[in-house]
Structures are given as structure tokens and as C-alpha cells.
Design a binder for this molecule. Sequence first.
Ligand code: KPL
Length: 331
Amino acid sequence: MKVNFIGGGAIGMLYGAMLSLGGTQVKMLTRTRQQAAKLAKDGIRLLSAEGEQMALVEATSMEEAAKPALERLREHRAQWFILTVKQTALDEQLLRQLAVLLRPGDSLLCLQNGIGHLERLAAALPGVRLYAGVTSEGARREDIGTVSHTGRGELYYGPAPVTAGAARQEGPFDTEPGQKEDPLLERWQQCVSDAGIPAFLSNDMRNRIYHKLLLNAVINPLTAIYGIRNGELPQHSQGRVLMEALHGENEAILVRAGMEATGGEWDRLLDVCRKTALNTSSMLADVQAGRKTEIGSINRAVAGLARQLGMEAPLNEAVAEMVNALEPLNG
Ligand code: KPL
């Protein structure tokens, strides 16, 4: 089976390289033509504890791939796609391109942080089988052709928990009666297993997404506001106080929204800060690079969820304002 990655960032290149080295045919669909040309010519350079490896891939720009005329020439078999762009890149133009590129019966695995994207994708791509994934793999994009594997992690994926109100999906959703089997799922599982990627099929993705959101909605805004690395946050006198308060607010909201708390959430947060101590969070990296951040799909989205549930989220609102103030005006 061919696996098509939409997005040539750190996670897209990491998984693209690992799958290719494991024997899967990989196609990278990138935002820029320059990156597509580089990857098509040289492949992906993967730097890891095992050394340096070159992974051969096909590549083309998203703009090129989503031309309606070319799309008509596409093979008829259903295809497996993985969306690895940030939520900030999931704008109307990309949604339109995806609607040209993907057909009913195709499968799309979405690896975004935060919430809100699955509903937008479900509405834009009727008939596409949507999956959600949460990865803890560590990756850093060094340049348009090189990625470093900075920490081993796991991938959990499963039917996307699209909330009521979004377009109805034909697919293997746990919420849908009369589910249809996805013929590509077993082949995808074989591909990740051949690549040595620890990946687990889950029927509990809403819970997993909320647990990841609980981490991102504390670490990301606070490290961005204070300009510190993940490991410094629990040591930061003011940051630590806000960390506890924001975590408390988020946990209450997410539990009301359906997250199953285990009692170990606060320790998990400290553990992630420890394990990713030297990381610059993705939000701080965005602020430092003068890019728009994912605050809208993280803290603003948590505040929106709170409103829907009749709750208040003053700390989420406050950190969202502060991070917005750090963003470029028209980024
Ligand atoms: O996912 C992350 C991010 O930076 O977006 C964390 C868990 C905070 C690790 O850096």
C-alpha cells in the first residue's frame, strides 16, 4: 500500500522516512514546490541514535497534487493519507485542496494537536474515513530534507470522535451504527509494524485527545509566555503557580466533556516536562519564529468547550490573549 503524507514538517518527515525504510511506498505532499523537489531528488535524511539514513520517497507539492485535472487521472483504488500539518495550516485553501485530492472511501489519519479540526475535516470531506491519532514521538525538522528523531514514542490511532453536528461520516466510527470495515486498516497496521513504529489501534480516541490536550494546554502557552524550555516550567516560581491553576481549570473542563481522569494527570504533566526538558514547545517555537501559534485550537478551544458546557475558563482566556499578543499581527 502507498502511504501519502500531507505535510513535510517534523512528524511527517519522521514517519515518512521510517515507513519508507520499513519497505512501504511513501509519497510526501508538501506545501512548497522547493521541498517537494528536494525530497523527490534526494529522499528524506533521517538522523537518529542509529546514525544517518536516506529514505527514498515520491514527492509533489500539494498545489500540484490537488489540480482537478490531474486528480481525474488518479488510480481508482482507495488510498491512505496522513495529515501532518499543524492546525494553523488547516485553512480554507488546504481544505479545498483536500476535497479535490481525497475521494469517498479514502482514509485520512489526522495527527494534529488540539481540537476542532476533526469536525472541520468531516464537514469538508464527506465519505472519507477519518481517523485521529496522538503521537508522543519526538522529531525536529533540521531543514527541508532532514529530520532528527529526538525521542522514541508511541502512536495511538482510531476512528475519529467527530462530535454531533458535523457532517455524517461513512466510516468505522464507534458512534455510528452499522459500521463498515475499512479494507486499508489492516494494511496500514502491517506498514507501521514493518517500520518498527509502536502503534496501537484505539477505540477511545476522544479520551486520548483530551489527555494530550491537557498537557498542551498547560505546557505550550506557559512556555511561550515565559520564553522557557519545557523542563524549566515546573521550576519557574510564577510559572509553577499558573501551571497548577491552569491544569486544575483544564482538568475540570475536560472531565465534564468526557475525559476519564485517572488521578495521575498532574504527575503525568510533570513527567512530560521532565522527559522533554530540553525541548522548546511547539508554541514557543512558533512565537520565536514569528509564526501564528496553535492557541486557537488549544486554549481558545478549551474555553469554547467550557462555554458549551456552561463553565467558565478565565485562565484559558487569559493565556490565549497573552499568546495572541505575542503573535505577528498578520501571521
Ligand atoms: O506536544 C508538545 C508540543 O510542544 O507541542 C509537548 C508535549 C509540550 C512537548 O514539547
